[in-house]
Design a protein around this ligand. Structure first.
Ligand code: PAP
Length: 370
């Protein structure tokens, strides 16, 4: 962390001091940019017999052949990338949350990158004010500020989380039902969830997958599995419902956000987020424009045009280029790629599955992003 950034802003409401099951580092305030890459593999750790056993068990789960980079496996009723399964098993067995932890949860392609950036920028603003010339989000992709738990634990790097100062921010695509009880039944470990119209999620996922596999087809490889529940992170209705119901039962531990609403009112939603993570903006901060500065720093246009997120930047063999996380950033792009029949069918599936929950994707407002 640069020395020039270590003083805490006078205006900021600090998170309440809390006792924890695992004592946080007292001297440094999190979250901090990651001193590791969550996709880096620790060769010693992957020789760990426990991880090898998880991989063996993953290979025996029901599978769904896809044109994606790896096959999907059905684990505890959820369809996940095979490479994530050992990570999920390791999280279920050994993740030790701390009080103050914040988990960014989402199905893939629903605004994870954006929410990671907003959560990081909001929670780290005492150390890294959003207008600071050396803000980590100006030199790092948001995925390098907030670790993806499944990859980290699958690579045998879960213990690296222990070295991060509190409060920590981490991310997952796991269904709520698959989270370990240490997270699910822990009022001190907060979950910020984001979802999106499944039609836009699918179109986004299709474009993303095509960056590495141009032969992936929207209809056969994405749409049909989404409708029958066997697509990536499916059944998507269960993914959404799990967090929706949890947010209703425990609004102080699960914040349920929607991509379309975030586009419509980013400032209002960032205030909601800050309040939820116990770092509400003070009147002085609001007066000083800190909320709009955070929204601006994390905006699609700002992040997409940073050198670090350009197509050529930091592409490792077989990995997605950073610019693939910033495509269009709008709602209703599905209309450019799906037939009206496809849209009506997926809408009908979702309506039926969500009926009675109070949640619906049919009445979404049009994008009014400033
Ligand atoms: P991930 O699950 O692989 O991390 P995720 O970030 O959830 O992906 O989804 C990417 C989508 O979020 C892209 O949508 P699109 O394909 O429909 O364009 C991407 O453009 C959008 N996105 C990324 N960053 C932002 C942002 N700052 N503001 C709004 N949308 C964003």
């Amino acid at each position: 962390m640069p020395d020039s950034l270590t003083t805490t802003s006078q205006h900021i409401s600090q998170p309440s001091t809390m006792a924890s099951t695992k004592e946080p580092e007292p001297s440094v305030t999190g979250p901090v940019p990651l001193p590791f890459k969550d996709a880096d593999v620790d060769d010693d750790a992957v020789q760990d017999p426990q991880l090898k056993e998880y991989k063996r068990r993953a290979s025996e789960l029901p599978s769904n052949p896809t044109r994606l980079r790896t096959r999907l496996r059905c684990y505890q009723g959820t369809w996940v990338l095979e490479q994530w399964v050992p990570g999920i098993m390791a999280i279920q067995r050994g993740f030790a949350p701390r009080q103050g932890d914040v988990i960014v949860a989402s199905p893939p392609k629903c605004g994870t990158t954006w929410l990671k950036a907003l959560t990081f920028a909001t929670m780290a603003r005492g150390v890294y004010p959003p207008t600071h010339a050396a803000h980590p989000l100006l030199r790092l992709n948001p995925h390098d500020c907030v670790p993806f738990m499944e990859n980290l634990f699958a690579a045998g790097l879960g213990s690296k989380m222990d070295a991060l100062p509190s409060p920590r921010v981490m991310a997952t695509h796991m269904h709520h039902s698959v989270l370990p009880a240490s997270i699910r039944a822990n009022p001190e470990c907060k979950i910020v969830y984001i979802c999106r119209d499944p039609k836009d999620m699918l179109v986004s996922m299709w474009h993303f997958a095509r960056r590495l596999r141009p032969d992936v087809r929207l209809l056969d490889d994405m749409f049909e599995p989404a409708c029958d529940g066997s697509g990536l992170s499916g059944p998507i209705w269960n993914h959404v419902l799990g967090y929706w119901n949890a947010s209703k039962a425990s609004p102080e531990t699960v914040l349920f956000l929607r991509y379309e609403e975030m586009l419509r009112d980013p400032v209002g939603n960032v205030k909601k987020l800050a309040h939820f993570v116990r770092q509400p903006f003070s009147p002085a901060e609001e007066e000083a424009g800190v909320v709009t500065d955070i929204v601006g720093l994390c905006s699609f246009e700002k992040l997409k045009n940073l050198e670090v997120n350009m197509p050529s930047s930091d592409v490792r063999e077989g990995n997605f280029p950073k610019d693939s996380y910033f495509r269009r950033g709008v709602t209703r792009d599905w209309a450019n790629h799906m037939t009206p029949e496809m849209a009506a069918r997926l809408d009908a599936v979702m309506e039926e599955k969500l009926r009675g929950s109070g949640l619906s994707f049919s009445s979404l407002l049009r994008d009014r992003r400033p």
